[in-house]
Ligand binder design. Structure first.
Ligand SMILES: [Zn+2]
Length: 201
């Protein structure tokens, strides 16, 4: 099946070639378009092309306070704050928010950076690597059931549609130590994705 020919929301996953099973997973995802949280225009000329996707890396936001917002509008505001942190010329001055997707506490999946371009989420390891941030500090709180269900579906869709894909967490790839994605989310990934990596990679 050619890229973009599948039903559902292909604009969220450019280059995807899902199987029938992948299409079924995609149809279960509660996707939110980038325009729901920002009108900021990414500086595409400053982004590197992704090329073939080989990895998906899981992060948390990891702010000092627990993130407990379920509300759609408040979640959009939170994502806009993160984008501002990443893109402010006086700050990191990145061309676009660093991650490709966010998973909120209600299991909605927000499109952030266009997957056709490399992210800015694991220094020196952004090539061929999709960045997924789960909203919360999982050293301080546990992910909601909706979050882990949506994250699992998103990772399963990416593994199906961009096969072969290895699932990793930020701390597993980072050149400098980080607790990201937090103790409780790392535990979830260890339990649900470590054993299956070989099968899918
Ligand atoms: Zn991270």
């Amino acid at each position: 099946m050619a890229s973009g020919d599948f039903p559902g929301r292909p604009e969220f996953f450019p280059g995807a070639k899902p199987s029938q099973n992948g299409i079924a997973i995609l149809q279960s995802l509660a996707m939110v378009a980038r325009g729901a949280f920002t009108t900021g225009v990414p500086r595409l000329e400053n982004l590197l092309p992704m090329g073939t996707l080989h990895h998906a890396t899981v992060h948390h936001t990891g702010f000092p306070e627990r993130f407990l917002t379920d509300d759609f509008a408040a979640t959009a505001t939170h994502l806009l704050e993160i984008q501002t942190l990443h893109c402010d010329p006086a700050g990191r001055n990145w061309a676009e928010i660093g991650y490709h997707y966010a998973v909120d506490r209600m299991g909605r999946i927000w499109q952030l950076r266009d997957l056709r371009f490399q992210g800015a989420h694991v220094k020196n390891h952004n090539a061929h690597n999709a960045g997924i941030v789960v909203l919360g500090n999982f050293d301080l709180q546990t992910p909601t059931t909706q979050q882990t269900t949506a994250l699992t579906a998103l990772l399963n869709f990416i593994r199906d549609a961009f096969h072969p894909i290895t699932v990793a967490t930020h701390r597993e790839l980072a050149d400098t130590p980080t607790s990201c994605p937090g103790t409780y989310l790392q535990m979830f990934i260890d339990q649900h994705f470590r054993a299956s990596n070989k099968e899918f990679a």
